[in-house]
Design a protein around this ligand. Structure first.
Ligand code: C2E
Ligand code: MG
Ligand code: MG
Length: 691
C-alpha cells in the first residue's frame, strides 16, 4: 500500500518539487496530498490515514514552532519532517527536540535521498508501533498470570516484578528495583529451615536455565511463609551475551495441603476420623513385620455393636452417626496411643494392640471396652445403651498375615454374638468350620424356595382328656439335594439373619393352610393347624394383611389357624405386639405363646397380651418324673393358664409318666414323641383318618 504523505506549505514551488520527487521515487510508493495552511493540515490529520507529514513552519495562518506544536498535537504518532531554509537552524533544532523526526533542506528537495529517508522514517515508526504493542501485551500477560515473575540484571539486582511477585514478596516494583534478588526474594529450605542461595545467582554464574526446585519456602517481607516451586532462565542480548535472568515461581501451599488432605481422607473414616480399612491393613502389616523380627505377638480385636441397626432404624441416621462417634471416642480412650483404633464401616471397629504380653493384654483391653461402652451415651435428648461383641485373633497363632488375622477375629466376633453378645471371644480353629457351614447354608437358602426344596411335616397335638387329635403343628423341613432332610434348628436363625425368613414363612403359612383345608374338605377331623411365626415375619409391616390374604385365598376358617410366637418375639416391642395380637384376634385366628417359660417371662405382660394358648417349653415337661424338678414348674404354668383362661399345651411329651402327670393337672393338650413324631403329609393323613 502506498504511503500517504501530507505536504503543508504555502510555497507552490516547494510543493511541486516534492510531489515530483515522491511520485518519481518508485511506482506507487507514495501518494501525496498538499495543503497550504495549518488549519487545512490539522483538519486532514484529524481525518486520519496520513503516514507522514512534511511541513513548512511558516504558513499564512501560523508561524514558527507553534506550527509544529499544533501539528504534533494533532498526530503525535505520525512522523513529521520540517522544511527548513538555510537560516532556520535554530527552529529546526527546536522542532527535532519537540518530536520532529527530521528535516528537509528547502534548497535540496529534489535529492534522491528525500523519498528514501521519508520511507525509512515511516518504516521505523511502524516498527516502533509493533514493538510498543508487543511490550504492552507482554506487560499485561505478566501481570495477569498468577505465577510470580522477577527479572534481574546480570549482577542479580532486581529490575522487574510482575503483580503476582509483588504480592508474594511484599515488595513493589519501584521499591525492589536495584536491590539484590536475595533480599527481595528471601528463601529457606523447607526441611532444614536454613537460608537457601537464590537460584538466580546460580543461573547467572552458570548461564543455563534451571528447572523447578523443590522444598523451598518463600518468606514474605511481613514474615509470612509460602511453599514455592520455581524455575529460572538466563536472558541474553542479540549477541548472545548474558544480560540478566528471570525467575518464575508459584505458591504450592494450597496444592500441598490439598494433597495432604486427600491422603488423609483416603486413609481415614470421614465420620469418626479414625484410620480406615486401608490404613489399618497397612499398620497391621507393619506391626506383623516388626513382631516377626522381634519374635513378639500382637492382637486384633474385631468389634461389632449389638443391635446397632435397631437404633439406626428407629432413631434415624443422625443419631446413629453420633452414637458411632461417641463409641469411637470411648474406644480410643481404652487403648494406648501406639495402638490403632479403626472403623471398618457400619458399626464395625477393629483395634490393633501391639504388646508383648499379648494374651492378658488383649483380654484386658476387651474387658475395658465392654465396661467403657456400658455407660449410657447421651445423644441429644436420648440416653442410649449399646453393647458390643468382640472377637480376638493373635499373631502368629491365628494367622501370619493381616487378612487372615482380620478374618479370624471377625469369625470370633460372630461366636461372641452367638454366645449372647456383650462379650469377647478368642478365635479357635473349629470356629472356621462353623463359619464355612453357615456360609453354605446361607447360599443354599437363597435358592431353596425357588427350587421347591422346602416341605412341611406335621406333628399331632393330642387332647389329653379324650385322647383324640386336637390339631397338628406344621414344622418346616429343608430337603436339601446333598444333605438330605435339614431340621429348622440348623437354618431358621440363619434365614432370619439374612432376611430370608419372611418369604419362607409366607410359603409355610400358605402351604399349611392349603393342606389343612384339603384335609378338612376330604372329611378328616382337624380342628386346628399351628404355624410357627418368626420374629422377622411378626414384626414385618404387612404381617397381618399377609395372614388375612392367605386365609381368604385358601378358604380355611380363621378359627382353625393357630399362630405360634415365642415370648422373646412378643417382648421385643410389647406395645406394638399387643396391637398386632388384637388384629389377629379380630380376624378370628388363635395365638399361642411357644416355648413358654424358656425366655424371660414377664408375667405382667402375659395378662395384657390377648393370647389363647400357652405351650409349655419341653424342658419343664422333661422335668416331670425327674428327681430334681418333679414337674413343679409345669404344674405352676398349667395352674396359671387355667386361671388366665388360656388353653395349655405341653410340648415334648415322651413318656407315659409325663402324660399321666399332665392329665392329672388338667393340661389341655400334649404334643410329643409319645404320641407321634412329626410326619410327612401322607402319613399324617393316615393318622387323622384313623382317629
Ligand atoms: P417348636 O415350635 O417348639 O416345635 C417343636 C419342636 O420340638 C420340633 O422340632 C419337634 O420336632 C420337636 N419335638 C416334638 N416332640 C418332641 C419330643 O417328644 N421330644 C423332643 N426332644 N422334641 C420334640 P423341629 O421341627 O426341629 O423344630 C424346631 C423349632 O424350629 C420349632 O420349635 C420352631 O421354633 C422352629 N420352626 C419349625 N418350623 C418352623 C417354621 O415353619 N417357621 C418358623 N419360624 N419356625 C419354625
Ligand atoms: Mg412351635
Ligand atoms: Mg415349642
Amino acid at each position: 500500500m502506498a504511503n500517504r504523505v501530507l505536504i503543508v506549505t504555502g510555497n507552490a514551488d516547494d510543493a511541486k518539487t516534492l510531489e515530483k520527487v515522491l511520485d518519481n521515487a518508485r511506482d506507487g510508493l507514495f501518494t501525496v496530498e498538499w495543503v497550504t495552511q495549518l488549519s487545512a493540515g490539522l483538519a486532514r490529520l484529524r481525518a486520519g490515514g496520513v503516514d507522514a507529514v512534511i511541513a513548512d513552519l511558516s504558513l499564512a495562518d501560523s508561524q514558527g514552532i507553534d506550527t509544529f506544536d499544533q501539528l504534533f498535537a494533532a498526530a503525535p504518532h505520525t512522523p513529521i519532517v520540517t522544511l527548513s531554509a538555510a537560516d532556520d537552524e535554530a527552529l529546526t533544532t527546536m522542532s527535532v527536540q519537540r518530536g520532529a523526526q527530521g528535516y528537509l533542506s528547502k534548497s535540496n528537495l529534489d535529492s534522491y535521498l528525500t523519498p528514501q529517508s521519508l520511507h525509512n522514517l515511516i518504516q521505523r515508526k511502524a516498527v516502533e508501533e509493533t514493538y510498543f504493542l508487543e511490550k504492552a501485551r507482554a506487560e499485561i500477560t505478566l501481570n495477569s498470570i498468577s505465577d510470580a515473575v522477577i527479572g534481574t540484571d546480570m549482577t542479580g539486582n532486581v529490575d522487574y516484578l510482575n503483580i503476582a511477585a509483588e504480592g508474594m514478596t511484599g515488595w513493589s516494583r519501584e521499591e525492589a528495583r536495584g536491590y539484590p534478588i536475595g533480599e527481595v526474594m528471601r528463601i529457606i529450605d523447607n526441611a532444614s529451615r536454613e537460608p537457601k542461595p537464590n537460584p538466580i545467582e546460580l543461573v547467572l554464574q552458570q548461564n543455563t536455565a534451571m528447572a523447578l526446585t523443590q522444598g523451598t519456602i518463600l518468606i514474605r517481607r511481613d514474615g509470612q511463609e509460602a511453599a514455592i516451586e520455581d524455575s529460572v532462565a538466563p536472558i541474553h542480548d542479540w549477541d548472545g551475551k548474558l544480560t540478566g535472568a528471570v525467575i518464575v515461581f508459584h505458591d504450592i501451599s494450597a496444592a500441598q495441603s490439598m494433597a495432604l488432605k486427600m491422603a488423609h481422607l483416603a486413609q481415614h473414616d470421614f465420620l469418626t476420623n479414625l484410620p480406615n480399612r486401608v490404613l489399618l491393613n497397612d499398620r497391621v502389616a507393619q506391626a506383623i513385620a516388626l513382631a516377626k523380627r522381634r519374635g513378639t505377638h500382637l492382637a486384633l480385636l474385631f468389634l461389632d455393636l449389638d443391635h446397632f441397626k435397631h437404633i439406626n432404624d428407629s432413631l434415624g441416621h443422625a443419631v446413629g452417626d453420633q452414637l458411632l462417634q461417641s463409641v469411637a471416642d470411648r474406644l480410643c480412650a481404652c487403648v494406648r496411643g501406639s495402638d490403632t483404633v479403626s472403623r471398618q464401616g457400619g458399626d464395625e471397629f477393629v483395634i490393633l494392640v501391639t504388646e508383648d504380653k499379648f494374651a492378658e493384654k488383649a483380654t484386658l483391653v476387651a474387658d475395658k471396652i465392654l465396661s467403657a461402652l456400658a455407660a449410657p451415651h447421651l445423644i441429644g435428648e436420648h440416653e442410649l445403651h449399646v453393647t458390643t461383641s468382640i472377637g480376638i485373633s493373635i499373631y502368629p497363632e491365628d494367622g501370619k498375615d493381616a487378612e487372615t488375622l482380620l478374618k479370624n477375629a471377625d469369625t470370633a466376633m460372630y461366636s461372641a454374638k452367638e454366645k449372647g453378645r456383650n462379650n469377647s471371644q478368642y478365635f479357635k480353629h473349629d470356629m472356621n468350620v462353623r463359619v464355612v457351614e453357615r456360609q453354605a447354608i446361607e447360599n443354599g437358602l437363597r435358592h431353596a424356595l425357588q427350587r421347591q426344596e422346602f416341605v412341611l411335616h406335621y406333628q399331632p397335638k393330642i387332647n389329653l382328656e379324650s385322647g383324640a387329635i386336637a390339631g397338628v403343628e406344621a414344622l418346616l423341613r429343608w430337603n436339601h439335594p446333598e444333605w438330605g432332610m435339614v431340621l429348622p434348628g440348623r437354618f431358621v436363625e440363619i434365614a432370619e439373619s439374612c432376611g430370608l425368613m419372611a418369604p419362607i414363612g409366607r410359603w409355610v403359612l400358605r402351604e399349611a393352610c392349603t393342606q389343612a383345608k384339603r384335609w378338612q374338605d376330604a372329611g378328616l377331623a382337624l380342628d386346628s393347624i399351628s404355624v410357627n411365626i418368626s420374629a422377622q415375619e411378626f414384626c414385618g409391616k404387612d404381617f397381618v394383611d399377609g395372614v388375612r390374604a392367605i386365609v381368604s385365598e385358601t378358604g380355611l376358617a380363621p378359627a382353625c389357624l393357630q399362630l405360634e410366637v415365642t415370648e422373646r418375639v412378643l417382648m421385643r416391642d410389647a406395645e406394638s405386639s399387643i396391637a398386632i395380637l388384637e388384629q389377629l384376634r379380630e380376624m378370628g385366628a388363635q395365638v399361642a405363646v411357644d416355648d413358654f417359660g424358656a425366655g424371660f417371662s414377664s408375667l405382667s405382660y402375659l395378662t395384657k397380651f390377648p393370647i389363647n394358648i400357652l405351650k409349655i417349653d419341653p424342658s419343664f415337661v422333661q422335668d416331670i418324673g425327674s428327681a430334681k424338678g418333679h414337674g413343679i414348674i409345669a404344674g405352676a404354668i398349667i395352674a396359671m393358664a387355667i386361671s388366665l383362661k388360656q388353653r395349655v399345651v405341653a410340648e415334648g411329651v415322651e413318656d407315659e409318666e409325663q402324660r399321666a402327670f399332665l392329665k392329672a393337672l388338667h393340661c389341655d393338650e400334649g404334643q410329643g414323641y409319645l404320641f407321634s413324631r412329626p410326619l410327612a403329609a401322607e402319613q399324617c393323613a393316615l393318622l387323622l383318618r384313623r382317629s
